[in-house]
Design a protein around this ligand. Structure first.
Ligand code: ADP
Ligand code: F6P
Length: 498
């Protein structure tokens, strides 16, 4: 809940993100007979930001990716949302298939995503990236133009994520000097050695230094960003003590703020009297097993094959757990137009089948794998029911699932196994069981430790984890971002008055 009177909530707010908060979809029917339904923001950042933009009566600019989206927009591609309340303006940027292929599937997700997650081998080759970069530039320019049509001297522009590495500088050229541009980079920042592999790396650094404020989840990413600027951007002056970079005629302040989840909502959802045994039965899991749980987007950064290898090792080492322990892996297909994601999906499915045929029996499977949609209520019931939550990314900017699990663990008896390579580990590492996701034996042993942990120790750890997750929740993250923005915004306005 965000208070309109909150002094730090900007009065003129323009949010820029790739995904839109409301999507209009055609329902069954033919031609003009078709009715249009609206998806609500599903969770995470879009759901969290929506009330803030409402209170500010602001503007949200996003890619309009639904077929029906443009059936409802005016000639400027704007629509008032939420439906019926008309609290703010959503401007949808209509992108051609070619633009989406190159900007979203190309430069965003086959250059910047693998680069920032330290998978340089998955960066697309030189024949394709330059065309994709041109489209990335074109799309960033279209978003910047859209921002410029809404911006006033008092505006705060708040950009989300790696889809907009060039936009800040493009926006700065077009909006009043007193308006403030802030950006949050939700994924890791790579080491200078890896960043050397970034095609057009200098342009991306220069683009990001069009921001007044640039936020990361943890200190390490901000430090690596400063190192990359020092090494690769001529003319930039980095003040490593004050976390400030001067470049051309602007100054960028760096901050770190670990994003949280809406903990109360997960807590409440987990306390509903959902019949979790029925949810498990639907998925083919017997209600009385000891339950391990994994919930991820099907992404190579999440370490799912490594997790499966550790589970195989666990069942080798613990024959008595066969028939007694089941690992439920919920995976959501993602970016399926990209070969690396298709290969990952095939590998994960075939490994699950292989491990299940090795250990499974007529009435028990060691790993139950599903790509079906799970409602938030059922997801929270599963988090609550899980005895061990296994989170094993090879690298992850934050990992919200870890925090959602903690917020949903209302009985305080589940154990969180958490990769040391996640932003979440910086906050939760002390009371989670830390794992190195590439150490197959180590993860198998950590799972044994988790399942054998005495109840009082589980409770003690989970209580501390819950204190952290409730205190540093999504609202606290937004308050802290807006406080940093307000400080800069105030100083820009007062400089202008002098
Ligand atoms: P990423 O942003 O890389 O996908 P996070 O863990 O930070 O990773 O956030 C993932 C979000 O997607 C969480 O809010 C999580 O609840 C949601 N999610 C992932 N898988 C599912 C699923 N199968 N069903 C419902 N929500 C899911
Ligand atoms: O965490 C990075 C991120 O791009 C989020 O912004 C997004 O919600 C999530 O991954 C899912 O990815 P996509 O928007 O490409 O489906």
């Amino acid at each position: 809940e965000t208070d309109a009177d909150d002094p730090d909530c900007p009065e003129s707010l323009i949010v820029v993100s790739n995904r839109q908060p409301y999507r209009h979809e055609y329902e069954d029917g033919d031609g003009d007979e078709r009715s249009i339904a609206v998806d609500e923001p599903a969770g995470g950042l879009t759901a969290g930001l929506d009330p803030v933009v409402r209170e500010a009566s602001g503007t949200w600019i996003a890619w309009g990716d639904g077929e029906a989206d443009f059936a409802v927009t005016d000639e400027n591609d704007c629509v008032a949302v939420p439906p019926g309340e008309d609290a703010y303006t959503l401007q949808r940027i209509d992108l051609s298939e070619e633009a989406v292929d190159s900007y979203y599937y190309g430069f965003s997700n086959q250059v910047l995503w693998p680069l920032c997650h330290e998978f340089p081998d998955l960066i697309e080759n030189g024949d394709t990236w330059s065309n994709d970069f041109e489209w990335y530039h074109t799309v960033n320019e279209r978003f910047a133009d859209a921002v410029a049509t809404h911006a006033t001297a008092e505006s705060v522009v708040w950009i989300q994520d790696y889809h907009f590495g060039l936009a800040p500088r493009l926006i700065r050229r077009q909006i009043p000097e007193t308006a403030t541009i802030a950006h949050f980079w939700h994924i890791p920042w790579p080491t200078p050695e890896t960043f050397a592999e970034c095609p057009a790396g200098e342009d991306v650094l220069a683009g990001l230094l069009g921001n007044d404020l640039l936020g990361f989840h943890v200190d390490r990413y901000a430090r690596l960003f400063m190192e990359c600027v020092e090494q690769y951007l001529d003319g930039a002056v980095v003040d490593r003590d004050r976390w400030i970079v001067d470049y051309e005629d602007g100054t960028t302040h760096l901050t770190t703020d670990a994003m949280g989840v809406d903990a109360d909502t997960y807590d409440r959802a987990a306390r509903q009297d959902t019949d979790v045994d029925a949810v498990l039965a639907e998925l083919g899991v017997s209600p009385d097993v000891t339950l391990g749980l994994g919930v991820d987007r099907l992404d190579y950064s999440k370490g799912i094959p490594e997790r499966l290898a550790a589970l195989e090792r666990f069942f080798e080492r613990n024959p008595d757990r066969r028939g007694e322990f089941t690992f439920l892996q919920k995976a959501t297909p993602s970016r399926t137009g990209i070969p690396a994601y298709q290969r990952l999906g095939e590998l994960v499915r075939s490994e699950v089948t292989r491990i299940n045929s090795r250990f499974g029996t007529d009435d028990w499977q060691p790993i139950v794998y599903t790509e079906e949609y799970v409602s938030q209520e059922n997801l929270c019931a599963l988090y609550r029911r899980a005895d061990a939550m296994l989170i094993s990314p090879l690298l992850d900017g934050m990992n919200l699932v870890a925090q959602e699990f903690v917020a949903s663990s209302v009985d305080e008896d589940g154990v969180l196994l958490l990769s040391e390579q996640t932003g979440a580990h910086e906050r939760l590492g002390d009371d989670a069981v830390t794992i190195d996701p590439t150490d197959t034996d180590g993860v198998a042993a950590a799972l044994e430790t988790a399942l054998e942990m005495p109840a009082d120790e589980r409770r003690r750890r989970m209580r501390t984890l819950r204190e952290d997750v409730f205190e540093a929740d999504l609202e606290a993250w937004m308050d802290s971002q807006f406080a940093a923005i307000a400080r800069l915004h105030g100083s820009r306005e007062s400089t202008d008055e002098q």
